[in-house]
Design a protein. Sequence first.
Length: 170
Amino acid sequence: MVLGTLCAALACSLAACSSSPAPRTSVREGSEGGRRIPYWVEGKTPAQVAKLMKVTIPARAADLRAAYQRGFQDDGVLLAFTLPDADTKAFIRKLRPESPLLHRNTPVASGKGQSPTTPFAHLGLKEPETLADVTEGPVCTVCDGDLNWLNIALHPMDAQHDQVYLSGAV
């Protein structure tokens, strides 16, 4: 009797292996809807990303660029624009950083193969870490609502304009 039960179980197992597999409806780890994670979400506007960051884009900001990257746990958000130098300090004051921003004169040295998770290169910009003469720091390390953290980097483009880089996680 036991032998008969084992033979029946083995026959069922073999039949299950030989039949065509049922379609998978669950999302596998590391993918979402057939897409590999992380991936860039198309069509996000600077206004939409600014809202997620809880940032008001200054009226005189130009060359606005934004991106939203779907991630494993957190989603990355990027916002960049140029701003007249006269408006930069007021913009920073409105952000109310938790501590004073730090200035560095030289690019950040990085090891081979290291790159940001959500690179500004996706927006056609150089990474702030690769630039000299950058003022940067966290705006909030533990933010309110859906925003987990927000960082800013500022780089002078010329004597009258700054490139503003904002990156965060939601």
